[in-house]
Every structure is written in C-alpha cells, then in structure tokens.
Write a protein that binds this ligand. Structure first.
Ligand code: ADP
Ligand code: MG
Length: 385
C-alpha cells in the first residue's frame, strides 16, 4: 500500500471540454477516499488520470508513495482498477478470471492459490471458483470483478461506481460487504460514486466534486453538518435539504426570518457571529433538512411556526414526508414518522404547520451560493435516513 497525492490535476479534452479543472487532494496510506459528485462532474476522468489511462494537462503532478508517476505508463504505477462486471472473461472460470492478472505477472502457483483463496473468502465467492460468469448472479459477478482487482497487491485501488448498476437490495448488501472488505484489506482506495449514500456510509473522507472543481473535502459528518455551499448541503443527505428564499429582518435589536407568510425569530448572537448582521433587510437562501423540521397543528401560534397547506404526503414504511406549500409554488418538505403523521389531515390543500428549529438552519448567500451561516447544532450525529 501507499499514499496517493494529486496536485493541480487538470484535463482539457481535444474538443476543449475542461473535465477536471485543476484539483488537489490526498489519500493517506490505507485510507478510503470517495470522489462524490453528479454525472459529468469529472469523477471518471480523475480516476483515469490517476491510472494513467489519460494524460493530464501540463502542470499537474500525481504521487504514489511519494514518487511522481505523472509521466509513468499505467503499468508502472502499480494501481489496480475495478471495472464493471462486464469486463469478466466469459469463457474463463471465476478462478481463472481471478488468476488472470496474477498469471500475466508470473506469480508462482502456490502463492497465487493462496492469494485467490483469501480474496475469495472475504468476498464470499469461495464456492463459485469453478463456475463460469454466466452461471453467476449480477451481484456475484460484480464481486468477482472487484476480486480481480484486489488479488493484485497494488499500491492504490481505483474503483469507478462498482456497484451503482446493481439493484437497490444488492447495493445495500454490497455497501456492507465493501465496508467489511475495506476493514480487512486496509487498502488505499479511491472510489468514485454519484451516490451520496455510498459515500456517506463507506468513505473515510469524501472529495465532493462539482463541474470539475472540488466543492468540499471532509469526513462524511463534516459534509453533512458543515456543508460549505448550497450545492454541498443539497447533494449530501436524504431527503434533500430544503432551500427556501427568505429575508433576514432586524428590528429593535431582534432578528427575524421572513419565510412564507411567517416571521420566525432567530438568535441575534448567531446572526452576529455568522457575520450577516446589518441594518437593512437582506435576502438569503435558507437551508434546513426535512428531518430537522417538526409538524405542529394547523394554526399553531408558537413563535417558530410556519403555516402552509398539504401539497402531497409520501409514506415510506416507518417514515412520512409531507410536502407543504408555504407560498405559491414554494414547497417545504418535512419528515416525520408514520405514527406522528396519523395525527394530521393529509388531504391535498389541508392546512398544516411546522416548527422551525433555529439551531438547525443554514443561510446561503443568494448569489455566490456559499454558506454564510452554519446551523448552531453543527456536530450532531450523522443521520442519513
Ligand atoms: P463523471 O464520471 O463525473 O460523470 P466524466 O469524468 O466522465 O464525469 O466527464 C466529465 C466531463 O468531461 C463531461 O462533461 C464529459 O462529457 C466530458 N468528457 C469525458 N470524456 C470525454 C472525452 N473523451 N472527450 C470530450 N469530453 C469528455
Ligand atoms: Mg463516471
């Protein structure tokens, strides 16, 4: 194993597309770092640059174990890349598929057998070694594809969305298995995904990528609790963070947020500490996660209550999500339990209210979209569902 360091990595394709816009990050020895971002963010290109399958623009450097490999051939970099299951050789048994990368490196048969057995046992494919790929389920095939990279003793393992096309149930299992695998192998991994749940549950650290640029780097709870921008706040976490245009009003030494038709007091100390105090009324985008809002009876006169009407209600087993219209075309989502939901009318248009906890709100600059005020709780446990 070894560390990986990427400095000022930039890739301009021939057609002028800048897929990666000059990014720098590190993966420590035996660390699992996830590159997370929407489709087209530049994740695959970053991985291919590290593997040496694409050439970076001049000025970039890539160090593996402290050694610059930016000019080295892919084979000289000692990285192993996991391709998807379709890259298995259909005419070779599982064992031979796993053995292939070892045979081309002329590993001794006894050593090879030992290595394959150990990887197969972790991936729970030991029983399948004699089968051909078509005799495997999708999940088993994917595990073999992962195994084929792991049998090699590479310095860095590169994985590009290895489980994203599996069905939801299998993906959930693979997340757990991967976590186990990572614990046992303690490998240096750079893992690419567009799925925030994968990154949040499996990563030691996350590099959040947006349009070829790094939005934020941190441990999962950093991104969840202290998102640096509206993009980070809405990309990480399920259900998605609500973003609501609001006005911050200061009068008689009090601070109020005007949201829909309601005025919600917030702590002046928080406003001052966040550096958003001012004499005039200012516009912001307020961010709040659906799980940090609480339903209350329609017309509740509490100070922090926002009023609206039911737009739609989604129930998912033990949880329910209320879409509440607080102004024309302005929907706020509130997550609650199905038990709690029973106390409320769920007909379209039924009046309903919810309470805003001032400790759970973020303010984003309406123009730059950067976070200007962080939720006061800021270090609560990560809760994704
Ligand atoms: P991701 O993996 O995050 O979805 P990619 O790294 O595949 O994103 O692509 C990033 C951007 O670069 C996209 O806009 C994509 O269309 C573009 N791109 C990728 N490969 C090429 C290529 N060979 N030539 C031109 N543009 C490309
Ligand atoms: Mg991709």
């Amino acid at each position: 194993m070894a560390s990986l360091e990427v400095r000022n990595l930039r890739k301009t394709f021939k057609n002028g597309t800048v897929a990666v816009g000059g990014i720098s990050f590190e993966v420590a020895d035996r660390e699992a770092v996830f590159i997370l971002g929407p489709s087209g963010a530049g994740k695959t290109t970053t991985l291919r640059l590290v593997a040496g399958l694409e050439d970076a623009d001049t000025g970039a450097d890539i160090l593996i174990g402290g050694r610059s490999v930016v000019d080295a051939m892919p084979r000289e970099r000692n990285v192993a890349m996991v391709y998807d299951k379709h890259s298995l050789f259909p005419h070779l048994s599982v064992f031979e598929n796993l053995a292939y990368p070892l045979r081309i490196r002329r590993m001794k048969p006894a050593e090879m057998r030992e290595r394959i057995d150990s990887v197969a046992s972790v991936l729970q494919i030991g029983e399948l070694l004699d089968r051909l790929p078509f005799q495997l389920s999708g999940g088993q095939m994917q595990r073999v594809a992962i195994g084929r990279a792991l049998v090699r003793q590479a310095d860095v393992y590169l994985l590009d969305e290895p489980i994203s096309h599996l069905d939801a149930q299998l993906r959930a299992r693979m997340r757990v298995e991967f976590k186990r695998l990572q614990r046992e192998f303690r490998a240096t991994m750079l893992y690419v995904s567009h799925d925030q749940l994968e990154a949040m549950t499996m990563a030691d650290r996350i590099v959040l990528l947006n349009q070829g640029r790094i939005e934020q780097v941190g441990e999962p709870h950093d991104l969840f609790d202290r998102p640096v921008s509206e993009f980070a706040a809405t990309f990480v976490g399920e259900p998605k963070t609500n973003t609501i245009p609001v006005s911050l009003i200061e009068e008689d030494g009090r601070c109020l947020i005007e949201i829909g038709t309601s005025l919600v007091p917030v702590s002046r100390e928080w406003v001052v500490r966040s550096g958003v105090a001012g004499s005039k009324t200012r516009s912001f985008t307020l961010g709040v996660r659906p799980q940090h809002l609480a339903l209350c009876p329609p017309g509740d006169q509490g100070e922090r209550t926002v009023h609206g009407q039911v737009y739609a209600v989604e129930t998912l087993g033990s949880r329910a999500i209320f879409d509440i219209e607080i102004a024309p075309d302005r929907i706020v989502r509130v997550m609650t339990t199905t038990d709690e939901a029973r106390h409320y009318a769920t007909d379209n248009g039924a009046p309903i209210s919810f309470r805003l906890d001032p400790d759970s709100i973020y303010l984003f600059d309406s123009e730059t979209r950067r976070t200007v005020a962080y939720a006061a709780f800021s270090r609560r446990e990560v809760t994704i569902n």
